[in-house]
Design a protein around this ligand. Structure first.
Ligand SMILES: [Ca+2]
Ligand SMILES: [Ca+2]
Length: 646
């Protein structure tokens, strides 16, 4: 997810690519672009969730009109062209981005399963599916992308990837040059860099997904990622892959490794199996591994602003402790080891407060994480859940109070990965684990509510989206949906359900471009992601969540971006945000490992425990119960969403 790739993108598979393609027999998408045309009919496009809608859940589509329109009616028709809903008035919602006018089409009361189309202003939507199983298997589909991203042994190539090159310790005060075996894990995005922070967060999300929604996951793959059941749900196979690498990245109590490879990787556009990156030891020979040092890092002219170890240590502690709890029955030896490493790395973080950012090399870009109390909160509460020691619980509460709301929420912008993870799992875990007074649990729900409220305040648009469109905006939406879901579970309050559903709808096509942001899911998804594997092997990276739209100003100022083909979405790229299904656009169309893992959590929940439309909004009693100081004010009316929860 860091820029700097050159523009030497081959137009077709390389010779090596074709040979590999023939050898591994992976399923491939046809070359070139596919999918239905995204062009608007008469300047009007009806955008829907292309996965579909569960019968009891909220159902909304959005009209994006490229010319001003004052009003609209809509109807839903079935496959025999019979009107089954409407004609109904659409809710005018003003302009947004390229849309001169937007309208929200609420057909929540249509609950009969079937395949429909929505018609409005002379335009017709893609097929709209209403069924109980629309999310079934979706979370598992996302795991396919993580398997494809595996380093060490890679099941797509059926070969080792960076098995012998990883890694040589660099930027260590006394041990630089030492080889430390750290092969494994996942490539972070379409480059082959690997980070402890993103891997630990992704692993945590997979573990939480299984713990909270085990029924959502199947067993079709082995530990090594090759097809075949092994008696272990695939989500746990994948989480274990992450844990195994994190254990290697924390080899000694005082040695916390944070990053494998650096942006010198970007000088080459080649497949992971023949990565020719040269870090000074010859092409493809060795990759550097960086420890957290608590000091600014960067081997060349660019430096990060690291201040401590806690941001990475807290994330490792959480993943290890959760892993220990979830593998206790399946593998007691692994569980004991994880528990021991969790305690040790948490203690290291407590002794070295501050952030451990990723290290830039030749490029000025790095992950500029600025918060660490969220990570230590999560580490502490998972250790409390594991060991029941009160000091961990008290520490979690104290950390939580230092950052009640993840700071990007309500903001126009943020630096790259500045507030990471984009939601704080810790508050939910404190609520879930109990152990303290009810007031502490209520406080956690309030914290989430404040963050959600701040985002919702910015969501006065037809798509109900209130995030800043910084790089990796889709990650923010996955996090928003996760936090909204946690809040709903903690309080029974559905005030933010419309926005939670809108985030999910956006990711699956209810956006100005009508694109599903997950490769292979929906009817019209990214066909030409920024990925050398996808490009050279003509391989569909099923399950990969792409970065998502960014502010035009960001797109225009990032280095090295050049679109390689005509923009089929040009009519929708005239506003303040842009998205390009183009291999050249690493800012909007690069699949991302951590966001994919986060979205697996959201999809697992919607698959087995979907929200239901109800008339319930918060009552005065609820406001008292959850400590809302604005008791008596209906949040539904404040945001015009009183109609939303029917
Ligand atoms: Ca399995
Ligand atoms: Ca953090």
């Amino acid at each position: 997810m860091l820029p700097g790739r050159p523009r030497r993108n081959a137009r077709g598979p390389s010779r090596v690519g074709w040979l590999l393609l023939l050898a591994v027999g992976v399923s491939c998408s046809p070359p070139g672009r596919g999918g239905p045309t995204p062009q608007a009919t008469s300047g009007v496009a009806i955008r829907i969730n292309q996965l579909g809608y569960r019968p009891e859940a909220p159902k909304r589509a959005v009209v994006c009109a490229l010319e001003p329109r004052v009003s609209a009616t809509f109807a839903v028709v079935d496959e025999r062209n019979r009107t089954v809903f409407g004609p109904s008035d659409a809710e005018a919602a003003g302009p947004f981005g390229p849309c001169a006018a937007t309208f929200r089409l609420d057909f929540s009361t249509l609950r009969r399963e079937g395949v429909y189309r929505i018609e409005a202003l002379g335009a017709s939507s893609l097929p709209v599916r209403i069924a109980d199983d629309v999310y079934r298997g979706a979370a598992d589909s996302l795991l396919a992308y993580l398997r494809e991203q595996r380093s060490g042994y890679n099941p797509v190539f059926r070969d080792s990837v960076h098995q012998h090159s990883d890694g040589v310790l660099v930027d260590h005060p006394t041990r630089s040059g030492e080889f430390i075996p750290v092969a494994g894990g996942w490539a972070d995005a379409s480059d082959y860099l690997q980070y402890g922070a993103t891997t630990a967060h992704a692993t945590t999300m997979l573990l939480l997904a299984y713990r909270d929604h085990p029924e959502a996951f199947a067993d079709r793959f082995q530990t090594n990622g090759l097809p075949g059941a092994n008696g272990v749900p695939d989500v746990l196979d994948e989480a274990r892959w992450g844990l195994a690498w994190l254990l290697k990245m924390y080899p000694e109590d005082d040695l916390l490794l944070n990053q494998l490879g650096d942006d010198r990787d970007h000088a080459h556009w080649d497949l992971p199996v023949n990565d020719s990156s040269d870090y000074g030891w010859g092409p493809g020979v060795r990759r550097p591994v960086y420890p957290c040092t608590g000091k600014p890092q960067g081997l060349f002219e660019n430096k990060n602003r690291s201040t401590g170890l806690a941001s990475t240590a807290g994330k490792y502690a959480a993943a290890f402790a959760l892993g220990a709890a979830l593998f206790r029955e399946r593998d007691s030896v692994l569980a004991r080891r994880l528990a021991g490493r969790a305690r040790a790395v948490y203690a290291l973080g407590a002794a070295h407060p501050g952030v451990c950012q990723t290290a830039p090399a030749r490029s000025p870009y790095f992950y500029e994480e600025d918060n660490w109390v969220d990570d230590m909160e999560l580490g502490a509460v998972e250790l409390y859940g594991l060991a029941g020691e009160r000091t961990y619980y008290d520490a979690a509460l104290a950390y939580a109070a230092q950052e009640p709301v993840t700071p990007w929420m309500g903001q126009d912008t943020a630096r790259h990965y500045q507030w990471y993870p984009w939601h704080n799992n810790g508050h939910y875990e404190v609520w879930r684990v109990g152990g303290g007074p009810d007031s502490a649990r209520r406080l956690m729900a309030q914290y989430y509510g404040r963050g959600l409220e701040a985002v919702v305040r910015r969501a006065h648009n037809g798509f109900r989206i209130g995030i800043p469109f910084i790089w990796c905006s889709n990650n923010l939406l996955a996090s928003f949906a996760t936090q909204a879901q946690f809040y709903r579970r903690m309080t029974g309050d559905s005030s933010y359900l419309e926005y939670e559903a809108a985030a999910l709808d956006w990711l699956f096509g209810t956006n100005p471009w009508g694109v599903s942001m997950v490769i292979g899911l929906g009817t019209n998804y990214a066909r030409t992601p920024h990925s050398v594997v996808a490009q050279q092997l003509h391989l569909q990276l099923t399950g990969g969540l792409v970065d998502g739209p960014v502010y035009r100003s960001i797109f225009e100022h990032l280095r090295g971006i050049r679109l390689l083909a005509a923009d089929e979405y040009a009519p929708f790229n005239t506003g303040f945000i842009v998205y390009h299904d183009d291999v050249g656009d690493y800012s909007t169309n690069e699949p991302i490992m951590d966001g994919t893992a986060n979205l697996a959590y959201v999809l697992a929940a919607w698959s087995v425990n979907p929200p239901r439309c109800s008339r319930r909004i918060r009552t005065a009693k609820d406001h008292y119960r959850y400590g809302d100081q604005r008791a008596g004010r209906s949040p539904g009316r404040r945001h015009g969403r009183g109609q939303g929860d029917r």
